[in-house]
Design a protein around this ligand. Structure first.
Ligand code: SF4
Length: 409
């Protein structure tokens, strides 16, 4: 397929892998410890595991999986808020599919739907607006979720609802912003990153200039990367080349999609509808200043948080859940105590196991895990639960690790 196959050429991938090995052999730092390069975006995590890119790289280069999967960083309390809204009898709650499976403290949206709530999966916020227009006697809420990538389409939909004078449509806004998040990661004492693969989709909207502080202030190289295997390999080569040359710059490997100044029309819609929150709570990362947006006063009538009573309760993650440590790159997914046992894509305990872009789901789906051993442990866990142990609280059976047969980190 044109524009896809040329970015998946195995011979070019092998050449790039050879070039990367040659480059790494020139980097002194790589002889002391592995170079840690964070891929911020969950889309990159998915590509890395799907195509076995980590296995193509020398041991002296390590990917650290960042927090760029919006479903993965949604705190449990916000899922509970969604369920509370969805269970109101007058409400049709609309959402993207993967958000339906994120566990709340009592249930997910999928379980709420099974229990009778009117939860509907949509492919775009405009679908939700259409449902509102077709059901004037009901209140239709759209679950707005994601980074700057999805923010413009939500903003455009609110502007459309306003222009069409639709009064039974509102937005439960959980949109988050990338720059404060990357800054929080850079300020974290747990991490010693050597460089970044920058998020391609977000950058399509915001451009590459907002990353200047990473190179100038924090002295880390960053390359905005595309999502095909050759994109990721070439971007890794570009970051390593900067390290080898002693440079710290913002480079753009994804120039075929990402303009330096971003998308002015999309940014204008976002600025008209949203304003920055003082802080926003992230799963596993805690509260990050200015890392989320809410709706401006002018659009208060479309704001579900103002229109309905939202419990807004802060809920701690289950004790056994180590999503925060994985999100910060402190541990690898397979090192979580419940990986592949109490937490699987079919029955996720943590949010990183829900979306295909979540690091744990990527490890599970593509990390070549020994499933027979997982089944053994699942049975042991069920026996432990039946025997009175609390599910998700790290039963003895859960604590036993799962071994990667081949590949993996
Ligand atoms: S295995 Fe599950 S609980 Fe553990 S870090 Fe991954 S998603 Fe979170």
């Amino acid at each position: 397929m044109k524009y896809v196959d040329e970015f998946r050429d195995p011979e070019k991938a092998k050449t790039l892998a050879r070039e990367i090995r040659a480059l790494v052999s020139r980097i002194e730092r790589a002889k002391q410890r592995p170079l840690q390069i964070m891929e911020v975006c969950g889309g990159h995590t998915h590509t890395i595991f799907r195509y076995g890119i980590q296995q193509l790289l020398p041991d002296a280069v390590e990917f650290v999986h960042g927090p760029g999967c919006p479903v993965c960083v949604l705190p449990m309390g916000r899922v509970d808020d969604c369920v509370a809204l969805a269970e109101r009898p007058e409400v049709i709650f609309t959402t993207f599919g993967d958000a339906m499976r994120v566990p709340g403290s009592k249930k997910s949206l999928l379980k709420a739907k099974a229990d009778g709530a009117d939860v509907r999966m949509v492919y775009s916020p405009l679908d939700a607006l259409k449902i509102a227009q077709l059901n004037p006697q009901r209140e239709v809420i759209f679950f707005g979720l994601g980074f700057e990538t999805t923010m413009p389409s939500t903003a455009m939909t609110v502007l459309q609802a306003h222009a069409r004078k639709v009064t039974n449509f509102s937005l439960f806004c959980n949109h988050i912003t990338i720059i404060p998040t990357v800054k929080a990661i850079l300020d974290s004492p747990d991490l010693h990153l050597d460089g970044f693969l920058g998020p391609g989709h977000v950058s399509m909207v915001i451009g590459t200039r907002p990353y200047d502080f990473i190179a100038r202030h924090y002295r880390k190289p960053i390359t905005v990367a595309g999502f095909e295997p050759l994109d990721v390999l070439q971007s890794m080569w570009m970051v390593l080349k900067q390290i080898a040359d002693g440079r710290c710059e913002v480079e753009n490997q994804y120039g075929r999609i990402v303009p330096e100044d971003g998308n002015a029309q999309a940014l204008s819609a976002v600025t008209r509808v949203f304003e920055t929150r003082e802080f926003f709570e992230w799963r596993g990362l805690g509260s990050i200043d200015h890392s989320g947006v809410r709706m401006r006063e002018a659009f208060a009538g479309f704001d579900a948080e103002r229109k309905f009573a939202v419990p807004n309760v802060k809920i701690a993650d289950p004790k056994a859940c180590q999503c925060g440590e994985v999100l910060k790159g402190v541990i690898k997914p397979h090192q979580c105590k419940v990986f592949g046992t109490a937490c699987t894509p079919e029955s996720p305990l943590g949010s990183l196991m829900v979306s295909s872009e979540g690091a744990c789901a990527a490890y599970y789906n593509y990390g070549r895990i020994d499933t027979s051993r997982i089944d053994e442990r699942r049975e042991a866990r069920q026996a432990a639960v039946q025997g009175g142990a609390c599910p998700g609280a790290g039963s003895r059976a859960d604590v036993v690790g799962v071994s990667a047969v081949r590949g993996g980190p």
